[in-house]
Design a protein around this ligand. Structure first.
Ligand SMILES: *Cc1c(COP(=O)(O)O)cnc(C)c1O
Length: 387
C-alpha cells in the first residue's frame, strides 16, 4: 500500500496497484476484454468497457498517476494530443478564449492556431516571462491560461508561479503541459495548477514503444474531461495501459539518471570552443535557472545548443554523431538527436521559427540512459570535426 506521505519512488511502485493482488499476480495483468459482465441485474448498471476508460488497467493507472503528482484524480488517453485536445475542447466551451505562451509543442500550437476558429474558440499569445503584460489580453470569455513547464526547443522556464496567481486572481483555469519535466522533477498540482497534461509517449512510459497521454488534476475537471474523452473516443487501449504501467515503474531512477547525465553533457557543451550557446535550465547561465532551481527537483534530460559556423556545421554534427539516434520524439532510454527546424518545428514558416528564436542550426538532444562518458566522447568527436 502506498501512503500520501511516501516518497515518489515508493508511490511509483505501489500506488494504484490492486489489493489483494489479482490471483496473486505481482505484476498487474492485462485485461484484454472490451466489455465486462454486470455486477448483477439492477436498475442502473456501472458499465465497464474499454472506450469508457474504466477497465482495471485504466483504473490502476489513474490512481498511480494522481498519486505521483499529489493530485485528486487522473485519466489516461490514447495520446498526448488526445489529452490536450480533449481537455481544451471540454473546458473552453463554445466561444471560449485561451491565453497561451507564444512557443508551444508543435502539435498543440497547430491545433490551437489552425483548428480553434472552426470550433468557435479563440486565443491570444502571451510572453510567459512577462506577467505584467497578460492582463491587457484578458477578455470576458477568457477561460484558461496554458503553458509548458519547459518550452521546446529552447528549454525556457516561464514564470510558472505567476501563471497560477494570475489564474486565481481572474477566476480562470491554469493548464500546464508537464511532459518535459515529468512528475519526478515537477508536480504542477503542488503549485496550484488546475490541470497537468502529459504525453506519456515520452518520459512516463520511457521506452519509445507506445503513444499515450494523461490528464492529471482537480477531480471535478477530470470528471468533465473523461466524459469528453469518452465522446470523442480518444481512450487508451489496455495493452498500451499495461506497457505504460510497466514503463512507469522505473520513472524515478530513469529521470534522476537523465537529470545528472544531461547536466554533465550541458556543462561539457558550454565549455566547448565549437559551441555557440547551450539551452539547459540546470546551467547557471540559463535565464530561467533561478526559477527552475526553486520549482524543480531536477532539470530534466532535454538540451538544445548551437554550434559555431551555422547550418553547415550543424548538418556536419548530425552526420558525425554516432551514438544518438537521429529521430524525433524524446524522453526514452536511448539518446535522440534532431534539428528542430526540420522536425518538431518544420510546419512553422521560416518567419515563425525566427520569431520563436529557432534557428536552422539549433540541435536538440534527448539524453537517454547510456553512460554520460560515452555520450560526451561521441559528442566531442563530432564537435572536433567542426571548422
Ligand atoms: C510529444 C508531445 C506532445 C504530444 O504527445 P503525443 O503523445 O505525441 O500525442 C505534447 N506535448 C509535448 C510537450 C510533447 O513533447
Amino acid at each position: 500500500m502506498s501512503k500520501p506521505n511516501h516518497k515518489i519512488e515508493t508511490k511509483i511502485i505501489h500506488a494504484g496497484e490492486p489489493k489483494p493482488h489479482i490471483e496473486g499476480a505481482v505484476s498487474m495483468p492485462i485485461f484484454q476484454s472490451s466489455t465486462f459482465e454486470y455486477d448483477g441485474e439492477t436498475e442502473s448498471q456501472t458499465l465497464r468497457y474499454i472506450r469508457l476508460n474504466n477497465t482495471p488497467n485504466h483504473r490502476a493507472l489513474h490512481e498511480k498517476l494522481a498519486a505521483l503528482e499529489n493530485a485528486e484524480a487522473a485519466c489516461v488517453t490514447a495520446s498526448g494530443m488526445a489529452a490536450i485536445s480533449t481537455t481544451l475542447l471540454t473546458l473552453l466551451s463554445p466561444g471560449g478564449h485561451l491565453l497561451i505562451h507564444k512557443t508551444l509543442y508543435g502539435g498543440t500550437y497547430d491545433f490551437i492556431t489552425k483548428d480553434f476558429p472552426s470550433y468557435g474558440l479563440s486565443y491570444d499569445f502571451i510572453d510567459g516571462s512577462q506577467p505584467e503584460t497578460w492582463e491587457s489580453l484578458l477578455k470576458p470569455e477568457t477561460k484558461a491560461i496554458y503553458v509548458e513547464t519547459i518550452t521546446n526547443p529552447l528549454m525556457q522556464v516561464v514564470d510558472l508561479e505567476a501563471v497560477t496567481a494570475f489564474a486565481k486572481k481572474h477566476g480562470i483555469l491554469s493548464l500546464i503541459d508537464n511532459t518535459f519535466a515529468s512528475p519526478v522533477n515537477f508536480r504542477p498540482p503542488e503549485w496550484d495548477y488546475d490541470i497537468s497534461l502529459h504525453s506519456c509517449s515520452k518520459y512516463l512510459n520511457g521506452h519509445t514503444d507506445i503513444v499515450a497521454g494523461a490528464v492529471i488534476g482537480r477531480s471535478d475537471l477530470i470528471e468533465k474531461i473523461t466524459t469528453g474523452l469518452i465522446h470523442l473516443g480518444g481512450t487508451l487501449d489496455p495493452h498500451a495501459c499495461f506497457l505504460l504501467h510497466r514503463g512507469l515503474k522505473t520513472l524515478a531512477v530513469r529521470i534522476r539518471y537523465q537529470n545528472e547525465s544531461a547536466l554533465k553533457i550541458a556543462r561539457y557543451l558550454e565549455g566547448h570552443p565549437a559551441v555557440q550557446s547551450v539551452n539547459y535550465p540546470g546551467l547557471e547561465t540559463h535565464p530561467g535557472h533561478r526559477r527552475a532551481e526553486k520549482l524543480f527537483d531536477g532539470y530534466g534530460g532535454m538540451i538544445s545548443f548551437e554550434v559555431k559556423g551555422g547550418l553547415e556545421n550543424a548538418k556536419a554534427f548530425m552526420r558525425e554523431i554516432e551514438l544518438p539516434i537521429t529521430a524525433p520524439s524524446l524522453g526514452g532510454i536511448e539518446t535522440l538527436v534532431t534539428r528542430p527546424a526540420t522536425t518538431s518545428h518544420s510546419r512553422l514558416s521560416e518567419e515563425e521559427r525566427k520569431a520563436h528564436g529557432i534557428s536552422a542550426s539549433l540541435i536538440r538532444l534527448s539524453v537517454g540512459l547510456e553512460a554520460s562518458e560515452d555520450l560526451i566522447e561521441d559528442i566531442g568527436k563530432a564537435l572536433g570535426k567542426m571548422r
